[in-house]
Design a binder for this molecule. Structure first.
Ligand SMILES: NC(=O)c1ccc[n+]([C@@H]2O[C@H](COP(=O)([O-])OP(=O)(O)OC[C@H]3O[C@@H](n4cnc5c(N)ncnc54)[C@H](OP(=O)(O)O)[C@@H]3O)[C@@H](O)[C@H]2O)c1
Length: 344
C-alpha cells in the first residue's frame, strides 16, 4: 500500500465532491490501485490549511457542504504558500475558471509544475490561455517532467483527452467531433421537442443546470474552450480561441429543428476539428448548431449525454459517450487522473 499525498485548491462543487469521492472510494483505491490518498493541504477563498500528517477529509467536506470557510478550522496561509509549507505528491486545482487572466489557477499550476509536482487541473483558464507554456513544464513535452492532466476540464466523465492522445496514438486524426456542453445539449433537446428557446432556458434554470449567466454555455464558448484545449493537447496544434468559428444555440434555424424532428434526432451544438492542409493550423475549428445525419454515432445520444467521435485511420471511427445523473463527473475525472499519475 502506498501513501499518496495531495494538496487541493478550491473546495466548491468539484473540489468538495472530490474529497467525498476519495472518502467513498477509500477501499477500492486501496484494493485495486494500492493507494491511500492523504490530503496534506487545502485552500478556498479564505486561505490555505496544511498538515503533513493529513487533514480530515470528512471535516473539510462538512465545512464546505454547509457553506463554511477553511479559516474556521485554523490559521490560514495564502494558497500560493502551500507548496513551501508542505510536501506533496500531487496538486489538484479546482478554483474558478478565469478566461481573462487564468486566475489563481495559473500561478498555482505553474508553481506546482516548476517544483516537479504532478498536477491535475479542472479549470480551463490556464489551459486555454497558456497551454504551451504549461505543457513545456510537464510530461506532455518530455519524459521525467511532472505529469499534467486535465480530463475534468475537457469533458469530465466523458473520456476525450485519454481517448485521443493515448488510445489513438500512432494515428493521424482526420477529424474530431464532440458534443461537449451538456447545458446546450439539454436545451437543444427541449427545443427540438417543440419548446421555444426561452421556455427551454427557463426549464433548465428551474432544474439548476444553467449558470446565472448562461452565455458561456449557450453562446458556444464553453465548448470552444474545450475544443482549444483538445486541439493543443491531442491534435498538437497551437490553437487559440480566436481560431475557432463560434456560433451559439441562439443561431439555431427553425428548419434545423424541423429537420431533426423529422429524422428522429435533435439539433446538437457540435464542436469540430477537421483536417485541412489548406489552412495554417492544419485543422478547421468550429462550434456550431448542427443536425447530424441519422447514421452519425452522436446523432441519437439524447439530451442528457455528451459524446466525442474521432476519425483516425487506421483505427477508423472511434466514439465515446457519457450519460450520467451523478453530479460528481468532474471530480471523478480528476480522481482518474490522480490514479493514472500515481500508478505510472
Ligand atoms: N462544476 C462542474 O461540473 C465542472 C465541470 C468541469 C470543470 N469545472 C471547473 O472546475 C472548477 C471548479 O468548479 P466548481 O463548480 O467547483 O466552482 P465553485 O463551486 O465556484 O468552487 C470554486 C472554489 O474555488 C475557491 N476559490 C476561489 N478563489 C480561490 C483562491 N484564490 N484560492 C483558493 N481557492 C479559491 C472557492 O472558495 P470558496 O469556497 O471560499 O468560495 C471555491 O471553493 C472551475 O474552474 C470549473 O470551470 C467544473
Amino acid at each position: 500500500m502506498r501513501d499518496h499525498r495531495f494538496v487541493i485548491a478550491g473546495l466548491g462543487n468539484v473540489g468538495r465532491r472530490l474529497l467525498e469521492l476519495v472518502l467513498r472510494q477509500e477501499d477500492l483505491l486501496a484494493r485495486r490501485h494500492g493507494l491511500r490518498l492523504r490530503c496534506v493541504g487545502a485552500s478556498d477563498s479564505s486561505g490555505a490549511l496544511a498538515d503533513p500528517a493529513g487533514l480530515s477529509l470528512a471535516r473539510l467536506a462538512e465545512v464546505k457542504r454547509r457553506g463554511g470557510r477553511l479559516s474556521e478550522l485554523g490559521p490560514v496561509a495564502p494558497p500560493l504558500e502551500l507548496f513551501e509549507r508542505v510536501e506533496t505528491d500531487v496538486f489538484l486545482e479546482a478554483t474558478p475558471t478565469d478566461l481573462k487572466t487564468g486566475g489563481i489557477a495559473l500561478p498555482l499550476t505553474r508553481r506546482a509544475l516548476e517544483r516537479g509536482i504532478d498536477t491535475v487541473v479542472a479549470s480551463k483558464g490556464p489551459l486555454v490561455l497558456h497551454f504551451d507554456a504549461l505543457a513545456a513544464l510537464s510530461d506532455l513535452r518530455a519524459e521525467g517532467l511532472p505529469g499534467l492532466r486535465f480530463s475534468g476540464a475537457v469533458g469530465s466523465a466523458l473520456p476525450t483527452f485519454n481517448l485521443g492522445r493515448r488510445d489513438l496514438a500512432g494515428a493521424e486524426i482526420e477529424q474530431l467531433e464532440g458534443i461537449l456542453n451538456l447545458t446546450s445539449q439539454m436545451l437543444l433537446g427541449a427545443m427540438t421537442a417543440g419548446q421555444s428557446y426561452e421556455e427551454a432556458l427557463a426549464e433548465a434554470r428551474r432544474l439548476g443546470t444553467v449558470e446565472a449567466n448562461p452565455a458561456l454555455d449557450v453562446g458556444g464558448w464553453d465548448a470552444a474552450n474545450k475544443l482549444v484545449i483538445l486541439a493543443n493537447a491531442v491534435l498538437g496544434i497551437p490553437a487559440q480561441l480566436e481560431d475557432v468559428t463560434v456560433r451559439g444555440i441562439e443561431a439555431v434555424q427553425p428548419e434545423q429543428l424541423a429537420q431533426a424532428r423529422n429524422g428522429g434526432t435533435q439539433v446538437t451544438l457540435l464542436a469540430s476539428a477537421v483536417r485541412d492542409p489548406g489552412v495554417s493550423l492544419g485543422y478547421r475549428l468550429s462550434v456550431t448548431p448542427t443536425v447530424l445525419a441519422p447514421e452519425h454515432p452522436l446523432s441519437r445520444i439524447g439530451p442528457k449525454a455528451k459524446g466525442i467521435t474521432y476519425l483516425a485511420p487506421p483505427f477508423g471511427e472511434v466514439t465515446a459517450i457519457s450519460r450520467s445523473e451523478d453530479a460528481s463527473g468532474a471530480s471523478a475525472a480528476m480522481l482518474r487522473d490522480v490514479i493514472e499519475l500515481a500508478t505510472r
